[in-house]
Design a protein around this ligand. Structure first.
Ligand code: 5RP
Length: 223
């Protein structure tokens, strides 16, 4: 199976976690896009969705799914999203698609994070994928220095020759070369650096379930 077929399989399996009549939190990225396309087919069963990015909001709306402002939503049973890496405790690296801050905010309101990922995303120790850190632009050099002191090789994310700009008007530093053996501690440490908007480590509030696409079918990991 191709990676896209594995992503499609987990997107379909995630429909089992959609709660009838509820508002669903929806992530960002290619796996989340497959999920949105499946959600469009059962849209009559849900009240609507909260989007973790402008791109996701546009895709949800293109399927005729109502998109709610998070400020108008008190609770959500589930948040469904992909990951760049996930470890055996349910901690994740996210933000490859640049939506880490809104993803973390929407996920924090949901009762359960359901991670949907192809099998290549499951790792013993995270860090092979450079850790995204969203920053206020004036803090680029100071945060980069702090990340270097933690053993990382930081690089400002670029797009078309300019600094990549998030939906929040901020920049992203990708911190390569880390071996993340204590993701909760590292998340707390990077979170408190002045100028950091959020770090793409989702460990303090990780996944409750991961639907992992493998050649042997969709595996359900519970944490
Ligand atoms: C976006 C994300 C994505 O969930 C992550 O990058 C995985 O993307 P994909 O499903 O395309 O592999 O965190 O900010």
């Amino acid at each position: 199976m191709t990676q896209d077929e594995l992503k499609q399989a987990v997107a379909l399996a995630a429909l089992d976690y959609v709660v009838d009549g509820a508002i669903i939190g929806v992530g960002t990225g290619s796996t989340a896009n497959f999920f949105i396309d499946e959600l469009g087919k059962i849209k009559h069963r849900i009240k609507g969705a909260v989007a973790s990015s402008e791109a996701t909001a546009a895709r949800l709306k293109s399927h005729g799914i109502s998109v709610f402002d998070l400020n108008d939503v008190d609770n959500m049973p589930v948040y469904i999203d992909g990951a760049d890496e996930i470890d055996h405790s349910g901690a994740m690296i996210k933000g490859g698609g640049g939506a880490l801050t809104r993803e973390k905010i929407v996920a924090s309101v949901a009762d359960k994070f359901i991670c949907i990922a192809d099998g290549s995303k499951l790792v013993d120790v995270m860090g092979q994928f450079a850790l995204p850190v969203e920053i206020i632009p004036m803090a680029e050099a100071s945060v980069a220095r702090s990340l270097r002191a933690l053993g990382a090789k930081p690089a400002l994310r670029m797009k078309e020759g300019k600094a990549y700009v998030t939906d929040n008007g901020c920049h992203i530093i990708d911190a390569a070369g880390l071996q993340i053996r204590d993701p909760k501690a590292l998340e707390a440490q990077i979170n408190q650096l002045p100028g950091v908007v959020s770090v793409g480590l989702f460990a303090l509030q990780g996944a409750a379930v991961c639907l992992l696409g493998t050649e042997q079918g969709v595996k359900t990991l519970k944490f």
